[in-house]
Design a protein around this ligand. Structure first.
Ligand SMILES: [Mg+2]
Length: 266
């Protein structure tokens, strides 16, 4: 490439959390300074995570890593799921293993019910799966629910995420297994890089383009940037050791290096 883009050329930064800012609450090099710099330069900032757990878990791990941000800057995959449920006209949903979804349902008027209630009244119903869904319980309900025409959504399709002791099995692994086991099941994933999360982010950052998407997963964060028409910065501190087949705008070992290249100019 002919030159490294300067951070100030962007209007907003869409930053992933796990594997970018921390792993399991342990800070990654340059992460706190990166966030401070983005905010000090006056760029808009969203911390967009595909994690299935509640916003408070993400905020707690950021805080453990020395990064304090207002809660409203964290966008969870639960918000993308609920945005999609609302557009679908859903009135009742059962949520398995996705605290971020349960949390985001508040105030929408969509009722959270047990899977048996969806089966009893499948109209305007949906099932949602997250990373902590129990495989056996999901298998027990999916056949009858799919047969009854109930749509199934998930927080994401990530195969791995950056956990405290290395890559951990993501929601995508479970979803893949379930789709293989249950005839007719086609799960609609809502987090990055899919359309519902893109909609949520576009709405939040309207007028703040151009955007820079920062992430550690070449299969998720880079295509998400492409969907948004944004540049992408891939950091090799989490899910991947290289860009794989993806084509990010810039690849760096960590955010410390990104600061040197995009802010300091070396
Ligand atoms: Mg990540």
């Amino acid at each position: 490439m002919t030159g490294v883009p300067r951070l100030v050329r962007y209007g907003a930064v869409v930053c992933d959390v796990d594997g970018v800012l921390h792993v399991g609450g342990d800070p990654l090099p340059g992460a706190a300074t990166w966030i401070e710099t983005v905010r000090a330069l006056g760029l808009a900032l969203l911390l967009v995570t595909n994690a299935s757990w509640e916003r408070s878990v993400t905020l707690g791990r950021l805080s453990a890593a020395g990064i304090e941000v207002p809660a409203g800057l964290v966008v969870t995959s639960g918000e993308a799921v609920v945005d999609e449920l609302v557009r679908m006209g859903t009135r009742r949903t059962a949520v398995m293993g996705a605290g971020s979804v349960t949390e985001a349902l508040g105030g929408t008027g969509i009722r959270r019910v047990a899977p048996a209630d969806l089966l009893a009244e499948p109209r305007d119903a949906a099932l949602v799966l997250g990373v902590a869904a129990d495989r056996e319980e999901a298998l027990r309900w999916l056949g009858p629910l799919v047969g009854a025409g109930v749509p199934v959504l998930s927080t994401n399709r990530d195969m791995v995420y950056a956990g405290a002791s290395g890559p951990e099995m993501g929601t995508g692994m479970l979803i893949g297994e379930l789709e293989e086991a249950v005839p007719g099941l086609a799960v609609r994933a809502c987090g990055k890089p899919f359309a519902p999360m893109a909609r949520v982010v576009r709405e939040r950052l309207a007028g703040r383009e151009p955007l820079l998407v920062v992430g550690d997963n070449p299969d998720v964060d880079v295509p998400f940037a492409q969907r948004l028409g944004a540049d992408s910065l891939l950091v090799l501190t989490g899910a991947a050791r290289d860009a794989g087949g993806s084509h990010p705008t810039l690849v760096v070992d960590d955010l410390e290096r990104a600061l040197e290249m995009m802010v300091d100019g070396s």
